[in-house]
Design a protein around this ligand. Structure first.
Ligand code: HEM
Length: 153
C-alpha cells in the first residue's frame, strides 16, 4: 500500500514537474518570439550586411563583394521607407504625422549615404567608403535614439 502511494506520488511529481517545465519554457520564449514588424525584418537585413561589410571594408580585394553588401543595405533601406516605426502609436496623436515625416526624412538621408557607399566601393575608393561607414554609424545612433522605442534594445 505504502509503495503504491509512493509510486503514485512520484508519477504525479514527474507529470507535474514536466508540465511545469513546459509552461516555464513557453513563458521564457514568449518574449523572444514576438511577431517581427516588417521594419524590424529590414533592419535585421541591414544589420547583418553591415556587420560583414565593416569587417572587410578596408580590403580592396573585396570591393566587389562590399559593393554588393552596400547594395543589399540600400535595398532594405528603400523598403524601410514604406513602413512606420512601431513607436509611432505611442506618440501623442497630434505629433504622430510629424514623427513619421521625421523618420522618413532620416531614412532618405540614409538611403542616399548607402548609394554613395556602393559607388565608393565600385570606384575602389576605400578611404571614402570608410568615411561613409563612420557616418552611417552616427546616423544609426541618432535615428535609433529618435525613432526606435528605447526598451526594444
Ligand atoms: C547601419 C545602420 C542601422 C543598423 C545596423 C540598424 C539596425 C537595427 C536593428 C538590429 C534593429 C532591431 C531589429 C529587431 O528588433 O529585430 C533596428 C530597429 C529599428 N531601427 Fe535601425 N538600424 C540602422 C539604421 C536605422 C535608421 C537610419 C533608422 C531610421 C531612419 C532606423 C530605425 C529603426 C527603427 C524605427 C527600429 C525599430 C523597429 C520598429 O519600429 O518596427 N534604423 N535597427
Amino acid at each position: 500500500m505504502k509503495i503504491r502511494l509512493l509510486s503514485t506520488f512520484i508519477a504525479f511529481m514527474v507529470a507535474f514537474g514536466g508540465l511545469n517545465l513546459t509552461v516555464l519554457n513557453a513563458g521564457s520564449h514568449a518574449s523572444k518570439d514576438h511577431e517581427h514588424t516588417p521594419l524590424e525584418d529590414e533592419m535585421e537585413a541591414i544589420s547583418k550586411a553591415f556587420r560583414t561589410l565593416r569587417r572587410q571594408a578596408k580590403d580592396p580585394a573585396k570591393n566587389a563583394a562590399s559593393a554588393e553588401l552596400a547594395g543589399k543595405m540600400h535595398k532594405a533601406a528603400v523598403a524601410s521607407l514604406d513602413f512606420e516605426p512601431a513607436w509611432t502609436a505611442e506618440q501623442p496623436a497630434g505629433e504622430q504625422a510629424d514623427f513619421v515625416k521625421g523618420y522618413k526624412k532620416e531614412m532618405e538621408k540614409f538611403v542616399g549615404m548607402l548609394a554613395d557607399l556602393e559607388k565608393a566601393f565600385k570606384a575602389d575608393d576605400n578611404a571614402k567608403a570608410e568615411m561613409i561607414i563612420g557616418k552611417l554609424r552616427d546616423q544609426q545612433k541618432s535615428s535609433h535614439k529618435e525613432y526606435k522605442k528605447p526598451d526594444d534594445d
